[in-house]
Design a protein around this ligand. Structure first.
Ligand code: SF4
Length: 393
């Protein structure tokens, strides 16, 4: 497949434009297709057929090629290929939900989630280049592009009517999976809102589908918009094996457009829950010009938590050990619980207690911002509610 930028250029169609949309048609979406790439045991195949009935599979060929086919425990495989464990709705780690962020409570219509007064999150599309197996947004369905633009214009009106909103996160799904013309209309709807200071476009395409950024028209659009409102791209590398020459070149193209890229990884069991992998990931990101920003604790999501969540005690020990091996820039990331009550930074461990600091408060709970929380660590607890409240003595 596209191992180098040279091969990528050769894949351009006759009019000289890279057809990234056409390549998406080659994604692996069925178990019979998958068997052409990976050996599956009979039992595994039967389970996977059941899993894809409730959480579909969608893997770009580029990403599938990153798998070490001889290693059934390969981390890239775990991120994209369904596993039998997904049949477990609620497992050993405890209760699960379909809406871990409590998003539904903050829904203002047209895809706007307004949880913190100064930030509006707009779910612009439900399409993704890949369906990641650990995704907490497993519950969505798709909309046609015209409806996406119409909804976004409604979202922009909401933002224009709320002068306390200083920034917007365009999220999904993956906004970069929208055609460039659709994105242009969306960004046009934002560019003249005076109180809007900066815009973020959250995307995993730099990781799972870097060829999207080889379309010059997209890069030109982003560079142009970045002249009017500062643009950031939060992305989502989870493992050093995702930092390929092609991903590096995609990132370079974004950076050449003047865009800062921040990484939001998730700590995932069997993928990156060891010191060496985390150190290599954060150092590798810095090397290609991506800022390590967040490392999220995996949320208690149905069909995800049981096999992907790392107990907080183990997680904080791994992160602390990894930080000891990192320089100042690599260790700038915050270890985060994205909780319904607000974002909480996991500061560290004091004996057998977990020390957290609230980073944002929900509207109406301003007294909670910046507060320190202390919880009793347990061997298995993986979420705030699992750990008893205690006081520091
Ligand atoms: S690209 Fe993002 S939103 Fe889409 S499945 Fe992956 S993690 Fe979820």
């Amino acid at each position: 497949m596209f191992e180098s930028a040279e091969m990528l250029r050769e894949s351009k169609s006759t009019n000289g434009l890279l057809n990234w949309q056409q390549e998406l048609q080659n994604n692996i979406t069925g178990i019979d297709q998958l068997k052409n790439y990976l050996a599956l045991s009979e039992a595994e195949e039967a389970d996977l057929r059941k899993v894809v009935g409730s959480h579909p599979m969608n893997i770009p060929r580029y990403y599938l090629d990153l798998i070490d086919r001889d290693n059934p425990q390969d981390p890239i495989r775990k991120l994209c290929v369904p596993q039998s464990d997904e049949l477990i709705v609620t497992g050993a780690m405890g209760e699960t939900t379909k809406d871990p962020y409590g998003d539904d409570k903050h829904d203002k219509g047209n895809g706007v989630l307004h949880k913190y007064s100064y930030t509006a999150l707009v779910v612009a599309t439900e399409y993704c280049a890949m369906y990641c197996r650990h995704c907490f947004r497993k519950r969505m369905v798709g909309l046609p592009n015209e409806q996406t633009v119409k909804n976004f214009q409604g979202a922009a009106q909401y933002i224009a009517n709320n002068p306390q909103i200083s920034n917007v996160v365009i999220s999904g799904g993956d906004p970069f999976l929208l055609p460039t013309d659709t994105l242009r209309k969306m960004l046009d709807a934002l560019k003249d809102i005076p109180h809007l200071k900066f815009v973020r476009i959250g995307s995993r395409a730099p990781v799972v589908y870097p060829i999207r950024f080889f379309e010059d028209e997209l890069i030109d659009l982003l560079a142009e918009f970045n002249q009017q409102k500062t643009l950031f791209v939060p992305t989502h590398f989870n493992h050093p094996n995702e930092i390929t020459p092609l991903a590096t070149e995609g990132i370079k193209r974004l950076r050449n457009a003047g865009i800062a890229i921040n990484n939001q990884a998730v700590l995932l069991s069997g993928v990156n829950d060891d010191m060496t992998t985390l150190v290599t990931l954060m150092n590798g990101l810095l090397e290609i010009g991506v800022n390590p920003y967040y490392l999220y604790q995996c949320m208690p999501v149905e069909r995800v938590r049981h096999h992907f969540q790392v107990p907080l005690k183990k997680g904080v020990e791994i992160v602390d050990a990894a930080r000891q091996q990192m320089d100042g820039y690599a260790k700038r990331f915050k270890f985060i619980i994205g909780h319904d009550i607000g974002k909480l930074e996991i500061c560290g461990k004091l004996d057998d207690k977990l020390i957290l600091k609230q980073l944002h408060a929900r509207p109406g709970h301003e007294e909670e911002s910046s507060r320190i929380l202390v919880r009793q660590l347990t061997e298995e607890g993986g979420w705030l509610g699992d750990l008893p409240e205690v006081e520091l003595k």
